[in-house]
Design a binder for this molecule. Structure first.
Ligand SMILES: [Zn+2]
Length: 351
């Protein structure tokens, strides 16, 4: 039997996931990847109409269900305008700032399936030409995509098949260091997707009987707010989102522990479930941090907001510099993997 958590395997899986472009609205390839991964494990899956993926493992109790989610959609952009100067204007998908993509390599995905590469730059990048290159605001007006093609005007761009509405993905620049770090764009939330896929793999390998029928939703619209707010069975009592822990000044979350979110912009998470998660961590030597994420919502809060009567929770690996040049450490992945494992085997809370 394979060792669990096999963090080397988890890191490799994260690397594969972040390398598949999947800005919100353009997730079918990465969903297909998850589908194939689960099909190989002989786990039954189905897709919802929004393009998310649901895997269900029947449990001893089929009257009360659990749901766990992680999202595969990421930040990205769309072509807003084919400019007369031979460049592209962008419109951002998800919540981040233009300065976090300055200088980034990108891919433009045309509607007929072609992919062009490019670089996201300030119009006024060249210090040999622009005196105020450093001062100009990083915004939609001033930033553009330089396409790696010989184009000087809008007609030439259109001749390539590039048009308004084409998705633009950012180079993840994924790197695994030999001292346990993984740095990449889109660790939010592909690190957690890898953790859930690994969990399902372990459950299948160990042939574990789960106490409750458990659904795993790989959601694909989290970054734009509505996330995993549908396809929740009426039997679902507990709903746990696995999503990144937010780090910064005053935050207790770090790259080495599992972050248990007590409150975010949507309000407090379910008190009873939060206390159960802490208890599971303490009983199983799992290092954790409690934290509040000030500007944050999750698949679980989206589900609550859409009217589902569920007990909701949020945990995840600590991710540094989220929505920009992200990084985490394998210790955080291991602690999160352990907590989700003990969680799916635990009794439900009485609410
Ligand atoms: Zn996220």
């Amino acid at each position: 039997m394979a060792m669990y958590p096999n963090v080397q395997e988890t890191k490799e899986l994260i690397k594969e996931l972040v390398s598949i472009p999947s800005p919100t609205g353009f997730t079918s390839k990465v969903i297909q990847f998850a589908e194939e991964y689960l099909t190989k494990l002989q786990v039954e899956t189905k897709r919802n109409r929004k393009g998310g993926l649901i895997a269900t493992i029947p449990g001893a109790n089929t009257n009360e269900h659990r749901m766990l989610t992680a999202h595969v959609d990421t930040l990205g952009a769309m072509v807003k305008e084919v400019k007369s100067n031979g460049r592209l204007k962008l419109d951002l998908i998800g919540g981040f700032r233009y300065n976090s993509i300055e200088g980034e390599y990108c891919e433009i995905h045309t509607s007929n399936g072609k992919v062009y590469t490019g670089t996201i730059l300030m119009r006024q990048t060249s210090v040999h030409v622009y005196k105020d290159a450093g001062k100009a605001e990083r915004n939609q007006e001033n930033m553009e995509v330089r396409i790696d093609a010989e184009v000087t005007n809008a007609e030439e761009i259109r001749a390539l098949g590039i048009e308004v509405g084409d998705f633009v993905s950012f180079d993840p620049r994924v790197e695994i260091t030999d001292n346990g770090f993984i740095k990449s764009r889109h660790l939010d939330d592909k690190a957690s997707v890898a953790i859930l896929l690994q969990l399902i793999k372990r459950l299948k390998e160990e042939n574990v009987q789960l106490p409750y029928t458990t659904h795993f939703l790989i959601s694909n619209n989290e970054e734009i707010g509505y996330g995993g707010n549908s396809n929740i069975t009426p039997e679902t009592v507990e709903y746990l989102a696995v999503d990144m822990g937010a780090m910064g000044d005053g935050q207790s979350t770090d790259e080495y522990t599992v972050s248990i979110c007590v409150k975010d912009a949507s309000g407090p998470y379910h008190y009873g479930l939060r206390k159960r998660l802490v208890e599971l961590a303490e009983n199983n030597s799992i290092e954790y941090k409690l934290d509040i994420y000030p500007y944050y919502g999750s698949d679980a809060s989206a589900a609550i907001k859409s009217g589902h009567d569920i007990v909701h929770g949020l945990i995840g690996p600590g991710i540094d510099s989220s929505h920009a040049f992200e990084r985490t450490h394998e210790k955080s992945l291991i602690n999160t993997e352990k907590l989700v494992y003990h969680y799916v085997l635990s009794d439900m809370i009485s609410y």
